[in-house]
Write a protein that binds this ligand. Structure first.
Ligand code: FA5
Length: 363
């Protein structure tokens, strides 16, 4: 049978395989074991998988020739099978060796790229902090709380009664003018001063009462370096038996000394507010120059703190406080302007622009 010319011989199969695998060496050697980059090595690994399919896959010459083994004379089939198997093992081993080398390189390159350099300085999260107005408000609250004052918080939208009537502001007073006050469409108004809280506090607590009320107020003021349409005031109210102007002066003198230093002086100038009688504007001596004048106090030696006075009997009556038994003083200070002076800001509008570069300075 072995002499039959049509009968396939083992060397025919190996011959066909050798012819088909003539380029294998060159092709596999073209792929390096290492690469200049992770990406290049990954590309070579993909090319290697293509080679595996080409030379060992279902459509490879090896697969084709393996199927032909059964056409060989049974006495030589074993020889053909073992020859082809050896060849297949050699090719497989070459591919596996290359694959391991490339995978090893890729793994190292990945570890190197993803590894963390623990010696690098860390990136700190930027922690939040309090706004300068809040810092200022807290300093003011601390002083008055230590003097026995309660801290009140009240509404920003008010009726005419609390805004004007109860504060003895007559019909036709300019403060009621829509050009000065923000009105809502349904007849309410944004409070234009924290003095509204005087009435709420007396109604809630009765007399005697001692409270401060820091909060936002709103006026139709054109913004400029010392004016904002929304700003902060702190109201103060003390109603008790025998309260006089001396208590008012003593309290505000103590306050400015605690805030700006013991050497700080206060000055009271006669003024007018419908809800106090007598009324006074309060100034304190400049904490920077102490009197002679400088840039901070605009060369006057004094800085304005706010308005004050003895609570008008009409106001006490509007809040159902017995004017035969009780008298009181009140004051209203501008927090924004005080804040601007302390931090030496030329323009209070900076406080509301929310520019982080500015706010960061108050950590
Ligand atoms: C009043 O508002 C009175 N309610 C104060 C008062 C209370 C008097 C109790 C008597 C008894 P005045 O309008 O002067 O007063 O404002 C007080 C302070 O608010 C001013 O000294 C100033 O510091 C601040 N202020 C007023 N308008 C503005 C504004 N547009 N922007 C920033 N601060 C302002």
């Amino acid at each position: 049978m072995s002499g039959d010319r049509n009968q396939l011989r083992p060397e025919d199969l190996i011959g066909a395989i050798n012819a088909a695998y003539g380029n294998f060496d060159r092709e596999i050697e073209r792929l390096p074991d290492t690469s200049e980059s992770l990406e290049a090595a990954e590309k070579h690994l993909r090319e290697l998988q293509d080679l595996r399919i080409k030379y060992l896959g279902k459509k490879s010459e090896l697969a084709t020739q393996k199927k032909l083994i059964r056409s060989i004379d049974p006495t030589r089939r074993g020889e053909a099978g073992s020859n082809i198997q050896k060849f297949e093992q050699t090719i497989t081993q070459r591919i596996v060796d290359k694959e391991q080398a490339l995978k090893h390189f890729i793994e190292n390159a990945r570890v190197e790229r993803e590894s963390i350099d623990v010696t690098l300085p860390g990136r700190r999260p930027r922690p939040g902090h309090l706004h300068p107005i809040t810092l200022m408000r807290q300093r003011i609250e601390d002083i008055f709380v230590s003097l026995g004052y309660a801290v009140e918080d009240d509404r920003e939208i008010e009726t005419d009664f609390y805004n004007f009537d109860a504060l003895n502001i007559p019909e036709g007073h300019p403060a009621r003018d829509p050009q000065d006050t923000f009105y809502t469409t349904d007849g309410f108004a944004l409070r234009s001063q924290t003095s509204t809280v005087q009435i709420h506090a007396m109604q809630r607590r009765g007399a005697p009462v001692r409270m401060i009320a820091p909060g936002r107020v709103f006026r139709r003021d054109t913004p400029d370096p010392t004016h904002n349409p929304m700003f902060y005031q702190v109201e103060g109210l003390c109603v008790d038996r025998g309260i006089t102007m001396a208590h008012l002066k003593g309290t505000l003198a103590e306050f400015v000394q605690r805030l700006f230093g013991l050497e700080t002086k206060t000055r009271f100038r006669p003024s007018y507010f419908p809800f106090t009688e007598p009324s006074a504007e309060v100034d304190y001596s400049c904490f920077s120059c102490g009197g002679p004048g400088c840039r901070i106090c605009k060369w006057s030696g004094w800085i304005e703190l706010g308005g004050s006075g003895m609570v008008h009997p009409n106001v006490l009556r509007a809040a159902n406080v017995d004017t035969e038994e009780f008298t009181g003083f009140a004051f209203g200070l501008g927090i924004d302007r005080t804040c601007a002076r302390i931090y030496q800001l030329d323009d209070i509008r900076l406080l509301f622009e929310n520019d982080v570069r500015f706010l960061e300075q108050f950590r």
